[in-house]
Design a protein around this ligand. Structure first.
Ligand code: SAM
Length: 366
């Protein structure tokens, strides 16, 4: 579906929550070379050659030779990976999927080969290292390989890539994106999201001081790092331990000391905060439950009822949503007390039916 159609649908769906004064922006992506995270099934063609396949009609039926949506670094290594795997039994046997995670800034690519049958660690690692050293016609110089089969993970190097984002004001932010965990796939739109959130945050803070924010679903803390110079203090909550580690690394890499990352389930945080406490995953009480702004970026399903109840107690709500229909439900069921001041369409997923949006909502004056 085209961006134009997606925007038209959003305007209709959100018609009763947008007001004539709602600012409405669109951040448009390039239609190719935009995806720095891609996953393919691996199948065999009639001649026995390994091929990449996308899910279609209930199975890995859509064979692709190239994938123009992927960033250049992934396109460069894709083909060579399967040909090189075919040359080594340890890398070929049971291969059923290949995942790519790239850094646009450095050109590094982490390729995860996923197996349906057990891989033998030493044998696989030797073959993978040999593959990187001898194959790929030079394009494997910036590649690391990981092998995954049930209960086994083997890697030739790091299990993360470092990405950098340059913001409009000249700030450069660095992040670790961890293999197997969430990271935004579209770098340009991730930057557009950060710029939108920063503009909203500046408007909220105005000339004020000591404005603090609670961020739920923080992932690798990309938003926290982008907002750390605007808010006095941020507490960021994430349920995935690997992302909590990546988030803390991001804070260190960007020399940020006013953001605290907490390993916790947002629903538990919401329940305990509504009871006047704030506890992490081990039930340890944290310093404060007092925040001026809430920022949420939940999975597609949107907010659970407890988190929605907590969010509705804030005067200022920043909500990033990759499931706009569920954002709309959350607004109707818990945030009708708030007015949508700003709305941005984030074209994260061109050539798919998906779209992301972000909103800034402010409590209506009594
Ligand atoms: C759409 S991602 C957004 C991540 C981050 N804001 C970003 O832009 O990279 C949603 C995040 O919520 C986390 N998550 C999912 N369920 C959660 C829960 N119940 N409590 C806290 N975090 C959760 C996921 O691990 C994921 O990192």
């Amino acid at each position: 579906m085209s961006l134009e159609n997606k925007v038209a649908r959003l305007r209709v769906a959100f018609a009763d929550v947008l007001t004539p004064s709602t600012s409405f922006e669109i951040a448009e992506s390039a239609n190719s070379g935009h995806r720095s995270r891609c996953r393919f099934q691996v199948v065999r063609d009639d001649a026995g050659a390994l091929k990449y396949a996308l899910w279609a009609n209930g199975g890995p039926n859509a064979i692709v030779e190239t994938f123009p949506d992927a960033v250049g670094a992934i396109q460069d290594v894709m083909k060579g990976v399967l040909r090189a795997a075919e040359r080594r039994k340890a890398c070929e046997r049971g291969l059923e999927a290949a995942h790519f995670l790239a850094s646009v800034a450095s050109g590094r690519v982490l390729v995860t080969l996923v197996y349906s049958t057990p891989i033998e660690e030493g044998e696989w690692l030797d073959a993978a290292r040999e593959m990187l050293a001898n194959d790929g016609d030079g394009v494997f110089a910036k590649v690391e390989l990981m092998g995954r089969s049930k209960g086994v993970v083997v890697k030739t190097g790091s299990d993360r890539v470092e990405e950098t984002y340059e913001l409009r004001d000249g700030t450069t932010l660095r992040y670790h994106h961890a293999e197997g965990s969430f990271s935004n796939p579209n770098r340009a739109i991730t930057i557009a999201t950060m710029e939108f959130l920063r503009a909203c945050a500046c408007e909220i803070v105005g000339d004020g001081k000591n404005v603090s924010a609670l961020e739920l679903y923080c992932g690798c803390a990309n938003h926290s790092c982008a907002l750390a110079t605007i808010f006095d203090r941020i507490v960021a909550v994430e349920i995935n331990p690997s992302l909590v580690t990546a988030a803390r690394e991001s804070l260190e890499m960007n020399e940020i000391d006013n953001v605290e990352v907490v390993l916790a389930d947002s629903q538990n945080v919401a329940r305990s905060m509504m009871a006047g406490k704030f506890v992490d995953v081990q039930g340890k009480a944290l310093s404060s439950t007092d925040f001026d702004v809430v920022l949420v970026d939940p999975p597609r399903a949107g907010l659970d009822p407890d988190t929605l109840r907590l969010v509705s107690t804030f005067d200022h709500v920043l909500y990033v949503s990759c499931g706009p229909e569920n954002l709309l439900q959350n607004i109707r069921n818990g945030l009708s007390t708030h007015v949508v001041e700003k709305f941005i369409v984030l074209d994260h997923f061109p050539n798919t039916r998906h779209i992301e949006v972000a909103v800034y909502m402010r409590r209506r004056a009594l």
